[in-house]
Ligand binder design. Structure first.
Ligand SMILES: [Zn+2]
Length: 262
């Protein structure tokens, strides 16, 4: 898989004696969690995995050279059962996903590391990462963190409708790939689906509301896109990559500095 993560930030490129010699109390390990799932007619299955790697790589590139942060190889498969029925979606169950994260956490702790961040680019994994960050803290005493790949960036220039409901293969994801790896975007195959309208508030929504309904993509978005990729440009993508990487880098630095009792 294509990578933007600098070689010197890849933990798996070290040998075990080099890992043994790291200052493991201070070192922050980053476990990317992503997905292999349908992204409409125009983006590849690996979109979430590519975006995760791209934003993490760019964020790591902003850190001081001596900041002790390493990326673990990603968990590319995620809980993507909302996208079943679309060929190419490779989903693992919540139980499998949590077991894998738990076992990697066990190995991180057994290696002597103390700090781990779950760095996620797929919405279907978010709730599981919340659970696992706490469980790894409780079971192994790790200082655990979790964050979205864009580090809480606001992307103020995305229109309200797209910002609220363009969360899958829409303007944001398409622009990022246009900027970083345009040969993987089929600009002749854009489709549009919006699952709700910001101008007509309803009590029950699929996402981002106090009361939500569980949704499957095939029920609400026949092409697999939730959003509108048409306004996407490489220039916007580059700007948003930079914004996200800046936010993510700041979050990683805060985690590095974070101390608490025990
Ligand atoms: Zn995606």
């Amino acid at each position: 898989m294509h990578t933007w993560i600098p070689d010197e930030r890849q933990l798996a490129y070290l040998n075990w004696k080099q890992v043994e010699a790291l200052h493991k109390e201070k070192t922050l390990l980053v476990l990317p969690t992503a997905a292999i799932e349908q992204h409409g007619h125009h983006l590849p299955l690996a979109t979430d995995t590519l975006i995760n790697n791209l934003l993490l790589g760019r964020a790591l590139g902003k850190l001081p050279k001596d900041a002790p942060i390493y990326a673990l190889p990603p968990i590319c498969y995620g809980k993507s059962n909302e996208h079943t029925g679309f060929p190419g979606t490779m989903s693992i169950s919540a139980a499998t996903y949590m077991a894998v994260v738990r076992d990697i956490g066990a190995s991180v702790a057994a290696s002597g590391f103390r700090k781990l961040v779950l760095y996620n680019s797929h919405g279907g994994n978010s709730a599981l990462n919340d659970v696992m960050a706490r469980d790894l803290r409780a079971e192994f005493g790790l200082r655990t963190f979790q964050m979205g790949a864009s580090g809480g960036a606001k992307f103020e220039d995305i229109a309200a409708q797209e910002r609220a409901y363009g969360f899958h293969a829409g303007e944001y994801e398409t622009s990022l790939l246009l900027a970083a790896i345009p040969q993987f975007v089929d600009t002749s195959a854009y489709t549009i689906n919006y699952i709700a309208d910001v101008t007509r508030p309803e009590v029950l929504k699929p996402e981002f509301a106090p009361a939500t309904f569980a949704w499957l993509t095939r029920d609400i978005a026949p092409s697999g896109v939730m959003g509108d990729p048409n306004p996407s440009t490489a220039e916007k993508g580059e700007r948003w990559i930079e914004e996200a990487a800046t936010c993510a880098a700041a979050a990683l630095v805060a985690m590095l500095a974070y101390e608490n009792h025990s």
